[in-house]
Design a protein around this ligand. Structure first.
Ligand code: HEC
Length: 171
């Protein structure tokens, strides 16, 4: 008889309402807060052609509507290195790490034809894509695309970059 009870014990244990137990360990707070910038425009929300295409209605590249500070520029560097440098290289020379793997090689930003372009040219390329390069419109918000353009023009092409931004190691 005792033997039979022993056999039934595991079955009885399974009768408890296991899905209704108090949690022993409470959830911890999310370590990363997700914050969206107030200027952030939701996809499809803004029909202004200067924002949407990076072109003035009368023609020509749009102008940067944001005033960026040194701290912003540091973020521009981080964004450029995250989104663009895999192909364009950290100095924009078209020698990113995926080029030897078969990605078409983009023209160097230091090529005279690119070097002389305004900031809006880089915003335009990031917004609409360029030839075989895809568009970053839905991946990078408007302000951040301008920030990347501003970083490329000021730090890589004009070499008018604050020293601490130029020397900073960003990942
Ligand atoms: C996956 C690779 C890749 C990434 C990432 C990339 N590009 Fe490109 N980009 C290219 C290629 C390839 C071309 C040349 C396309 C062509 O000529 O058909 C190009 C062209 C350009 C041009 C035009 C250069 C010229 O010849 O006048 C600009 C400006 C540019 N990219 C900016 C950017 C910016 C800004 C970013 C980051 C937001 C970026 N690219 C990210 C591959 C990339």
């Amino acid at each position: 008889m005792t033997r039979l009870w022993l056999l039934l014990l595991p079955l009885l244990a399974a009768c408890g309402w296991m899905w209704d137990q108090p949690k022993v360990k409470t959830f911890r707070e999310a370590p990363l807060k997700v914050e969206t910038s107030p200027e952030r425009v939701r996809f499809g929300e803004n029909l202004n052609p200067e924002v949407r295409l990076g072109l003035k209605p009368e023609g020509g590249f749009a102008e940067n509507p944001f005033a960026f500070t040194g701290d912003d520029l540091l973020r521009g560097k981080a964004l450029f290195q995250s989104f663009c440098a895999v192909c364009h290289g950290v100095r924009g020379e078209g020698d990113g790490r995926v080029i030897p793997l078969g990605m078409p090689k983009p023209r160097s930003f230091h090529d005279p034809a690119v070097r002389g372009q305004p900031e809006g040219y880089f915003y335009f390329a990031a917004t609409n894509g360029f030839g075989r390069m895809l568009s970053y419109k839905s991946r990078i918000p408007e302000r951040e695309r301008w920030l990347i353009a501003h970083y490329v023009k000021r730090c890589l092409l004009l070499e008018a970059c604050p020293k601490e931004v130029g020397n900073a190691e960003v990942y």
